[in-house]
Design a protein around this ligand. Sequence first.
Ligand code: ZN
Length: 312
Amino acid sequence: MSWLDRQSFLGPDSDQVLQDLTVGLVGLGGGNSHVVQQLAHLGVGGFVLVDDDVISETNLNRLVGGTLEDVLEARPKTEIAKRVVLSVNPEARIACHQAKWQEVAEHLRACDIIIGGVDRIIAKSELEAFCRRFLTPYIDMGMDVHRLGDADEFLVAGQVVLSSPSTPCLRCLGVVTDSALTEEAGQYGDAGGKPQVVWPNGILASTAVGLLVQLFTPWHGRPVRSAYYAYDANQGTMTVSERLGRRASKDCPHFPPDEVGDPRFDIREVVTRAETPIERGTIDTVPLAEPKHRLTALLAMVLDLLPFKVRR
Ligand SMILES: [Zn+2]
């Protein structure tokens, strides 16, 4: 009998697969506070938690696991996420980094997948570029509130995108655009903060977790490499975006095959690190061992890229 018995339908080895996974979560505010909680309940074993911020009073409307006491103590968002995970699974391997992700990028390299809970378009773009470089699948979540005309009516919408090497990227799919980057740069320093609310974040986060499970367990029966779900809270719909269908058969011009991958990648280094025992409990600032799923994913992606090389 295991605490994960009720999810055995995910596949015969799914408990072990999920336990062996290491997930990088960048930004632990609204969306990723749901994601980290769900991953803990799923039995995911490894977490690299990155956020440079502490919880503030205006985060309490949406940060799952955050308390008024945390606000009074100005507790780092990474510490709150760690507490949520350990309260479910004390065996989880957790590396906490209260820093900007660029400062701890070497710790994110070891992750099997990275999930971005970052608001700014430039942050999404840079994080995706990092993931492409190291052949890591990236899931992006985004939520927006738009005023409809002059009326006091608002459209709440969002998207979840799975971006893997050699599949359409955030630029291909129109999530990152030059006009959005320019507009955002013009608003830099605007202290107002984007409107955010808890329930759309929960829906987007659940969709992201579903994609992760589909990616790593045999549950779905159909492997997924690329996805774009569009959420319309006013209509109450989550739909597969037509943008993905339009781009699916085209090569991504933004990350050509010869510009992805780590030129310093050395398989011997991975094997050596994989043999290093992984410490249980919290292991702040200690780099995690390279998970074995990374090797499988790397091999699959290298094989996938070969036809492009031959055609060139
Ligand atoms: Zn692209």
